[in-house]
Design a protein around this ligand. Structure first.
Ligand code: CMC
Length: 429
């Protein structure tokens, strides 16, 4: 017999179905609540609200577990690569050789952007934030492929998926080139996904450029670690925009904007800026820890805390290890790494952070690696966006085939003025 939860309202009992997820999590299905009782729920920030049922990613915030299509993130980081992981997220299984070759071929061969699109970059000011540029350029792709935007057509979705994954590094690298006034470097099909990105970022027509295989490998691992995280702010945005029947390019464009904020993907940039301020303040970490604890100060330790992880963020653990490996291999002495470690040590012994279950998250150490790879700070959130793209595509695609599909449209509790007559201008004080 299926389980229910009983809601008693004004003396009447309403049985509400209980839904059970694969890994044992339970949810009360309130989809008929309003039609049967007239009530709505109130849950700012959707802290206790499941917006959908999904087969893509599972995470257990208490135990620090993260699975893409059932596979632990640690195994993917060690054995997979970003292209294979993207296929896994989008299509639900690890590809066989033929599937992987087909996918890789198309993601490689769609990487150029239309020459006219390059003119768009000229319309921006000289040093724009690359997240704004990337979102605008990704959104404008819809204008180039207007005849292939049918959200019900599997083949058109497949082509759009290839195009987005292929063009995103090009769009991102061009936004950087624009900001430093250098000519764009065209994509090279002989290179892997991350080699190609690094080549487009750092090569110029005046000299030879060899991609460092270590940099490409590390970047690839970081992209895997960012590839999906179930219903986070940007993914929920992509789903919400997609729920109106809006095409994938525009939905992803909206997702990039959602990711830009410092509470989400912009945190990796904010962490480095915070560590630099600490350094400028003479390395006085305690001063910042005290500020973060002060209830009257809005300052927060960037790269700390997570809505779901309440013990540790498994991605952070992998990235921290990776950071030490990269610094050792590159022979880089990064004082900000020592400062970050000091900050983590202090925070992890401090009652404030322990009692609120605030631990370093994915953004705490990732920026230090990007910095060691000579990627400019304002490009860090863009790296997050390149990584999160397969997750956005997977969720948007899942939504289109969801039997419970409805346009996203939350309710509200209105607290404004009651019905009020219009006052003509001359009578207003
Ligand atoms: N520093 C100091 N205090 C914090 C921090 C922090 N980084 N994060 C949360 N708190 C406090 C917060 O003030 C609140 O205290 P109180 O209960 O006294 O009001 C309590 O902890 C709970 O915080 P919350 O804002 O209600 O928690 P949330 O789940 O809504 O927010 C968060 C999660 C990630 C937005 C938040 O922890 C934060 O702002 N962290 C810093 C930004 C950051 O690193 N973001 C990246 C998140 S991971 C990757 C991603 O999703 O993009």
């Amino acid at each position: 017999m299926s389980k229910t939860v009983e809601l008693i309202y004004q003396g009447t009992s309403y049985p509400l179905p209980l839904i059970e997820g694969t890994c044992g999590e339970e949810a009360v299905d309130i989809s008929t609540l309003r039609s049967t009782t007239g009530l709505i729920t109130y849950d700012p920030g959707f802290v206790s609200t499941g917006s959908c049922q999904s087969k893509i990613t599972f995470l257990d915030g208490e135990k620090g577990v993260l699975l893409y299509r059932g596979i632990p993130i640690e195994q993917l980081a060690e054995h997979s690569n970003f292209i294979e992981t993207s296929f896994l997220l989008i299509y639900g299984h690890l590809p066989n050789r033929e599937e992987l070759d087909y996918f890789n071929y198309h993601v490689t061969h769609h990487s150029m952007i239309h020459e006219s699109l390059k003119n768009l970059y000229d319309g921006f000011p000289n040093n724009p934030h690359p997240m704004a540029v990337c979102s605008a350029v990704v959104g404008s792709l819809a204008t180039f492929y207007e005849d292939q935007l049918n959200v019900q057509n599997e083949r058109e979705i497949e082509i759009t998926t290839h195009r987005l994954l292929a063009k995103m590094p090009t769009i991102a690298a061009y936004s950087y080139k624009k900001s430093i006034g250098q000519p764009f470097s065209y994509p090279q099909n002989a290179l892997t996904y991350t080699e190609n990105f690094l080549h487009m970022m750092f090569s110029n027509p005046c000299e030879d450029y060899e991609v460092d295989p270590l940099a490409a490998k590390v970047l690839d691992t970081l992209l895997i670690l960012h590839a999906d995280h179930e219903q986070n702010c940007s993914t929920s945005t992509v789903r919400l925009v997609g729920s109106s029947g809006c095409n994938l390019y525009s939905s992803v464009s909206a997702g990039i904007y959602a990711l830009w904020g410092p509470l989400h993907g912009g945190a990796n940039q904010a962490v480095i800026e915070m560590l630099q301020s600490m350094m400028e303040a003479g390395g006085n970490v305690m001063q910042f820890v005290d500020k973060a604890k002060d209830p009257n100060d809005p300052f927060r330790l960037m790269g700390f805390g997570h809505r779901v992880y309440k013990n540790f963020d498994p991605r952070c653990q992998i990235i921290k290890k990776l950071a030490h490996e990269v610094f050792d291999k590159l022979g880089v002495n990064e004082p900000l790494l020592d400062l970050a470690q000091k900050l983590e040590d202090i925070a992890l012994k401090d009652d404030y952070f322990l009692s609120k279950k605030l631990y370093p998250n994915v953004d705490f150490y990732s920026g230090l690696i990007y910095k060691a790879l000579k990627i400019p700070i304002n490009m860090f959130p863009v790296l997050f966006a390149i990584g999160r793209l397969p997750g956005w595509i997977a969720h948007w695609t899942e939504l289109q085939g969801d039997q419970d599909f409805k346009i996203g449209r939350p309710r509200q509790i209105y607290r404004g003025r009651g019905k009020t007559d219009y006052t003509p201008l001359k009578e207003r004080t």
